[in-house]
Each structure stands twice: as C-alpha cells, then as structure tokens.
Design a binder for this molecule. Structure first.
Ligand code: XIL
Length: 347
C-alpha cells in the first residue's frame, strides 16, 4: 500500500511539474459570481490605500462591482469650510468606479458624526437652510453617477427612539422626510436609503426604523431603501435577518447590506475565523433570499486597512482577506454562497 501511495504521489507531482497551469482554471471572483444573482457586491474604499497600494487597487477592480467612499463623501470631507467644497478625492473615486464599470454608493448626507467644525458654531435658525444646501449641492454634483445614496445615517437609538442629534434638536423629527425630499429634487434617478447599524435583526431599533419608513412611504416621501450596516462580531450571527429584511421588502422598499465587517478579539485563531465566516455567510444568504436586496457591501475587504483596531480596543481581523490579501474562510464562504443557484432579478 505504501509503495502504491508513493508511486502515485511521485506520478502526481511529475504531472504537476509537467503541466502546472493546465488543471488550475482561475477561481471566479466575487464580482463574477454575484452577477449571476443580479446582486451588487461592494466594498468601502480608503482613498490613501487606493493611491498607494497597487494590489489593493487591483483587487477592488476584480472582486467588486460597487464601491462606497469610506470617508471622502462625508460632510467634513466635502465641505470643510462653509461653501468651500472639495470634490477632488470623491471625484477620483467616481472616476475609478467608472473606469472599472462599478456603481457607486454615496455615503453620507445627514449624520451626527464627521461633520465640519463650522457647523457647530452656527445658530440653530440657520441649520435648516445649511442642511438643505449641503444635500442639494452634493447630490447635484454627483447627479447621474450615484446608484444608492445613504441620505440619513444612524438616526435611531437602540430602544427605537430617534437619536438626540443636532438635526433632531434644531429641526424636529421632520428633518428625515425633508432630507429625502431635498435629495430627490436634486437627482431623481438615485435610490435613496435610510442606513443604520444593529438593525439586521428584528429588534427594538429595527422596529423603530420600520415604523418610520412605513410612515414615510405612506406620506409619499421619496425613500427607496433601507441599508443595514452589518458591523458585527464573530460571536453572534444574526438570527432573524431574513425576516427583518423581508418586512422592509414587503413595504416595497429595496434593502442592502452596506458596511459588513465581522470583528473578533485578537489574536485570531481558526475557530474564530470559522465563526466569522459563518456570520458573513448568514448575512449574505439573508440578502440573497430577499428579492429586492440590491447589494452586499463590505466595509473594507482586507485586514491591511480597517477601521476596527483603531475603534474597538483589542479587536481586529474583521475583513474577508488577511493583511497579505490572502483569502480567509469568510472569503471562501461568500464565494461558496454565490456559487449556488442564481436566478434573482433585482427590482
Ligand atoms: C468609519 C470609517 O471607516 C473610519 O475610517 C472613520 O474614521 C470613522 O467612520 N458607520 C458608518 C461609517 O456609517 O461611515 C463609519 O466609517 C463606520 C460606522
């Protein structure tokens, strides 16, 4: 037996040496596989890495058909001084996407974070006109180039009530409807999303979002979708995500997974990496099983560039490729999920 095995091993390695590439057809990329499902597959993009790291750039082009600006479309980046718009980095991303036949998720118009300092010194009476001007100038600038806009981001508390932000305080709860109306006036072709975290499952927070978007729809406010950010930990896979996306779908809204990453307490090990793969897979499947779940976007795709270690102490390794761009179990899990079936048509 041993001799036979040895002979087979030698023959096998000879064959491999003679014809190394013949057997190894390149594996399909996420982008190729997602197309079969009519699903957008996206990543957040770090503009410094895009400028300096060729491998980072190449993998974005080959693996993804959608991109989101990780930071350069936020208010502090676009309008650092009042009226002094800086479009350069965001325009670069849009040009990169165009060159690589990718669509763009616009992120973000109304938020309580990463706003410019000048905003906080304005009297409350000016905030309504300033918000309207920022939304409309920005949406008009990118008109026709943005597939989905995150119009309002993170407006809810965990208990399902509206978060106490500068916008709620100055403008009252109607600011959400107004933001969607203003954005729609500026680009009638863009899909307008409400976006938040911890709303993957059915819970108090997603109940609050559900009640709001249902009311907005009833009032005829131009809202087209709900984005679930999907920042998670490897220890917990959402249990009711399909049901949750399904209830938004039933309102006639699109849905999207907008910022998926799955962090773990460092150091990583094979059990944590497998658990992480399971969380990514659970979330992708929930999207695939929801008819109008348009896209699955990861918040960065390599551990080489990730916001996680800087924000969550002691945690990291949240992405689908490691810091050397090697595939982790999570990457293979997404590829396996996307290899199954594939007849969806997105609305
Ligand atoms: C994060 C970026 O990844 C960081 O680079 C930045 O320092 C802070 O913001 N929810 C969002 C994203 O909607 O915009 C945040 O992005 C992550 C949480």
């Amino acid at each position: 037996m041993r001799t036979v095995a040895l002979v087979l091993a030698v023959v096998g390695s000879l064959a491999a040496a003679v014809a190394p590439a013949a057997a190894a057809a390149p594996e399909p990329t996420l982008r190729q596989l997602a197309a079969r499902h009519d699903l957008g597959i996206g990543t957040a993009v770090d503009m410094a890495a895009l400028a300096n790291d060729q491998v980072y750039r190449e993998r974005i082009a080959s693996e993804f058909d959608s991109v989101t600006a990780e930071n350069v479309m936020k208010w502090e980046a676009l309008e650092p001084t009042r009226g002094g718009y800086q479009w350069g980095p965001a325009d670069e991303l849009v040009a990169f996407a165009r060159a690589n036949r990718q669509s763009v998720r616009g992120h973000v118009l109304v938020w309580h974070n990463q706003n410019p300092a000048w905003l906080s010194s304005l009297p409350a009476t000016e905030l309504r006109s300033v918000l309207k001007a920022h939304i409309q100038t920005t949406v008009r600038h990118f008109k026709g180039k943005i597939w989905q806009w995150d119009v309002v981001n993170e407006a809810f508390n965990e208990d399902g009530t509206l978060r106490d932000t500068v916008w709620l305080r100055a403008l009252g709860p109607g600011y959400v409807a107004d933001a969607f109306r203003w954005a729609h006036e500026a680009d009638r072709g863009a899909l307008l999303f409400y976006n938040d975290y911890n709303i993957e499952d059915v819970n108090a927070k997603s109940d609050g979002v559900y009640a709001l978007v249902r009311d907005l729809k009833r009032q005829g406010v131009p809202i087209h979708g709900v984005g679930v950010q999907a920042h998670h930990t490897a220890g917990y896979a959402p249990q009711t995500m399909r049901e949750n996306l399904g209830r938004f779908d039933a309102l006639g809204l699109r849905t999207a997974v907008t910022e998926a990453d799955v962090r773990m307490v460092m150091p990583s090990d094979s059990v944590k990496l497998q658990a992480q793969a399971n969380v990514y897979s659970t979330m992708l499947k929930a999207c695939l099983l929801t008819p109008r779940c348009l896209s699955f976007t990861v918040w960065g795709y390599t551990d080489k560039y990730s916001w996680v270690p800087g924000v969550f102490e002691g945690e990291g390794a949240a992405n689908i490729l490691d810091e050397n761009f090697a595939a982790k179990p999570a990457y293979r899990a997404l590829r396996d999920d996307l290899s199954l079936g594939g007849t969806r048509r997105r609305g």
